[in-house]
Write a protein that binds this ligand. Sequence first.
Ligand code: SF4
Length: 436
Amino acid sequence: MAKLHFRPYIPNQTVLFPGRIDENIASNDPVRIVNTVVDNLNLDNFKKLYKATGRCPYHPKMMLKVIIYAYMNNIYSCRKIEKLLLRDIHYIWLSGNEHPDFITINRFRNRVKEEINTVFTQLVLVLADKGFISLDVEYIDGTKIESMANKYTFVWRKTVEKNRTKLMDKIRILLEQVDEAIAQENSSKDTSVEFTPAMLSDIVNELKEVLEHQPVTKDKEQKKVIREKKKQVRELEEYRDKLMEYDNHLEVLGERNSYSKTDPDATFMRMKEDAMKNGQTKPGYNLQTGTENQFIIDFRLFPNPTDTLTLIPFFHSFQHRYNRLPGIGVADSGYGSEENYRFMQDNGIEAFVKYNYFHKEQRPRYTPNPFHAESLHYNAGEDYYVCPMGQHMNRIGTRRDKTASGYISESARYKAQRCEGCPLRGSCFKAGGTVL
Ligand code: SF4
């Protein structure tokens, strides 16, 4: 039997000439790309985030490389990154064998939160410079990101406004009962008076002062009246606090219709994943992303769930970032609206954006409504439509509609001359015999 030989195994050996840390990292490993790209970034903006005194901080380039590489590998926990900095050769090489702890990593992450957007822009410009992207075309789509907040922490604008109106009425009625002089000033009938918490505080102070200077009495009836007034003042204080709460809610809501108490930036919206299939709204954000050649070139979070309303602000975000607009905009039918088409036309953006009914029209069994404007013959020279009964429909005016974003949409209105006795009147007259 041949003699068995094992390779030498000496775990605690020392080496005479230390090897390079990266000699076992492949030349095309993504970690090398992160290293090169971050080395080419200008991080001068980060300097203002550090103090000149105290212990020397870790180099921001090193910290940024480590965090970007961890995020690329779906690792977001600072404690996990701290461990990898001791165990994983890629992280050890990136960090130059430095070992920042999880607190330092987290502090850095929070410190550069504002500046990271500039880093992203620089990164995209580097890609454009190297010819990977042209920034001439932007493919846009959005997704809803669920917030970590509980789904029962909602505040709805309509409820707040309704309760606030009820509270105003209660305050007016109470003031009428509390003091005659004040009642005259704040008549319950005058609903135009909008009470503010400051106004109520002044009234409460005034009433307290009056009560304090009341002469001491032994009369039971008088004592009862004073007790009652004190109770009313307490009630008024409660109303004031409630009013303050409602005003705070409205301030946080801003333009939105809802928000979460534990994550005030999150708005309630329907998520794509609906496990319960009940269309429940959850707190979240509408993340819009622009890509080109599979690289993300722009992103922005929106509080409103409707994609149609996000397209123009998203193009503005692109313009703000790169001082120009893309030449071509590509998006799905969720972004098709007159306002968006008009914006793209006015700004020289070639639109590859379907309209809302596009997919419906592509169905094999789709039959167009014969009474809709697009099904009728239009004579452009003399500006009239021909209705299904062959009558000329002449232009009678223009209708103006205001969209949720404040855009005024104009549509021409046409009407047939005589519709009396028409056999198609029942189907046609839903729209009053007019074509828009
Ligand atoms: S109701 Fe008037 S507009 Fe409609 S088909 Fe008849 S004639 Fe034409």
